[in-house]
Ligand binder design. Structure first.
Ligand code: F6R
Length: 251
């Protein structure tokens, strides 16, 4: 059971065709939304210290990792038995490149929480990432952001629901938004993501409002890969007021 922080002011539950629940937690500010998800992750680590967690990078997640580190200082959480799979990495980027997701992981998560280098991994084209995930017992909780074009991980529009971790070409929109010179990445696939036992998607800011509205109104639509998530049996969307501004939650 996911704990609900005191910054959530609206909860809505939808049922998909198979009867699975999708929860939407609507918060006020982006900080509230990030804290809500940080609390879910921290409570998960406290109750299940050997959890396998899938993590995302990106601007949305920065206040989440800051909150996670603060909660860690306040509660002295045992993270030493956890393992963390990151969603994606640019292809061919050197591990110490400042724009690499490895550097992001180290600076925002691994170092602030005092984790060991052997507790996390990012995908690259030379390893069978899905096999690594299976060997770790599968992902207990997968954290996701969402692109303005509905991508999850770097599964850009046109990605198949059956896709596994693989090399992907980044859309021009993503390259411009992320201000990156890289054209390709390695990303967990949609199937890989859907195999996680629980999925939590965090979206904040008005630039995500159209994508969130699209997700609520469409199902299994390759034009917006996040719509594939709706068939998952345990999906929670955590939104701030801006990301939720184009959906009518009636709460
Ligand atoms: C990051 C990732 C991407 C981002 C998405 C949103 O690991 O896989 O799907 O979650 O591009 O990025 P921000 O948070 O920068 O808007």
């Amino acid at each position: 059971m996911i704990p609900i922080s005191n910054v959530v002011f609206g909860i809505r539950i939808f049922y998909n065709k198979a009867g699975a629940k999708m929860r939407i937690l609507q918060c006020g500010t982006k900080q509230d939304a990030a804290e809500t998800v940080a609390l879910m992750l921290v409570e998960r680590m406290q109750s299940h210290p050997a959890s396998v967690i899938g993590l995302a990078t990106g601007l949305t997640m920065v206040p989440l990792y800051e909150t996670w580190a603060r909660l860690d200082r306040e509660r002295s959480i045992d993270h030493g038995r956890g393992f963390f799979f990151f969603l994606d990495e640019y292809l061919g980027v050197s591990p110490d490149h400042p724009l690499s997701f490895r550097q992001y992981a180290l600076n925002h998560f691994i170092k602030p929480l005092g984790l060991r280098e052997d507790q996390f991994v990012l995908p690259n084209e030379h390893q069978d990432y899905d096999q690594l995930i299976r060997e770790a017992g599968g992902i207990d909780l997968q954290l996701l952001g969402i692109g303005k074009n509905g991508h999850i991980g770097f599964n850009e529009p046109g990605s198949f629901k059956e896709s596994r971790t693989r090399k992907v070409r980044l859309s021009e929109e993503t390259r411009i938004t992320n201000k990156i010179p890289f054209e390709e990445a390695v990303s967990m696939g949609i199937s890989t993501i859907l195999e996680a036992k629980e999925i939590v998607l965090l979206a904040t800011g008005d630039s995500k409002a159209d994508a969130i509205k699209y997700v609520l109104n469409h199902h299994d639509d390759p034009n917006c890969p996040a719509t594939y998530l709706k068939s998952h049996p345990s999906l929670t969307l955590v939104l701030d007021a801006e990301a939720a501004s184009k959906i009518n939650l009636k709460i």
